[in-house]
Design a protein around this ligand. Sequence first.
Ligand code: GMT
Length: 367
Amino acid sequence: MRIGITCYPTYGGSGIVATELGLELANRGHQVHFITYANPIRLGERPDILYHEVEVSNYPLFQYPPYCLALASRMAEVAEQYSLDLLHVHYAIPHSVSAMLARGILSDRRRLPFVTTLHGTDITLVGMDRSYYPITKYSIEQSDGVTAISEDLRRHTVEVFDVAKPIETIHNFVNAEVYRPAEERAPGPPRLIHLSNFRPVKRVTDCIRVLAEVRKTVEAELWMVGDGPARGAAERLAHDLGLIGAVRFLGKRNDVPALLREADVLLMPSEMESFGLAALEGMSSGVTPLGTRVGGVPELITHGVDGYLCEVGAVETMAALAACLLSDPDRCRAMGLAARRTAMERFSTDLIIPKYEALYRRMLEGG
Ligand code: GMT
């Protein structure tokens, strides 16, 4: 199939899922085109995948350059030039609106169905804002196929947007060969890791507080991977708690699989997480996840089996669990292996990618 993919090409989870999906589809022989405003960060050098940049003219009259329209024009242009079979957009706003317009532009010449994948904040936060609610609902209903990355997000979308359109849950996935445990963990102190875009919803300062508690019993260190608006507050708190030497703020990194291989326990204290891709990548790498009981996370982590779930803000509980794991390496390793099993048996690319392929086929047959 010839597939056009659009996403936010940044460090957000939706862009990462879209990029990894493109890579996996290309590995399976599909022709993949990314139509985005910048090269997706995890795409790397892949001559078999085409990247079409969306340029937005910034005429002085525009207070807000209309990216959504430039994207629609580019989608229609690429679809026509490369005879695309379908578009797959990640994150509803504004991508599904642009896809809907592109489908309309070409309607007298060719059929161009599109799939919208909902990732979380497009529904739980942005889509619920009054300024976007009607267009989000409309573009979901107008999509030829709609998927949600967890059952929780699917239910939430049906409830909040009252959409009759069937929404299929297709969980996020991980490539277990790329995200794999180290054969032997390099010598070093017990290590916690956090990985996110440091938005307020991630509660990154909780990670610093957890470390402060853990260090009362175990001399652990914490790697903070990523960057975003809450980094300053986290660095300040680390300084105020005298933890600067024990926390490393590593910033945005392209070597996430290698970093995960050097960690023992992953902290994900988020206020909301429709899935929790970082936890899945950690689990596949054999790192035990400590997450919160929110959104789609319980679909991924089974409490006490392949990780632990805490209430939002329960820093002391999370710290006690982390300290227990870090002071008992055998138990920590066993749980990390259980986490890897879950990742491989329930969320591997071999299981999940065929679900997208089947959906595409159904959409093409429905024409
Ligand atoms: O979490 C973010 O801030 C980024 C956001 C996105 O859309 O880029 O992530 C969402 O999509 C990820 C990939 O499907 C999910 O793993 C995250 O749980 C989800 N984030 C939230 O629901 C807050």
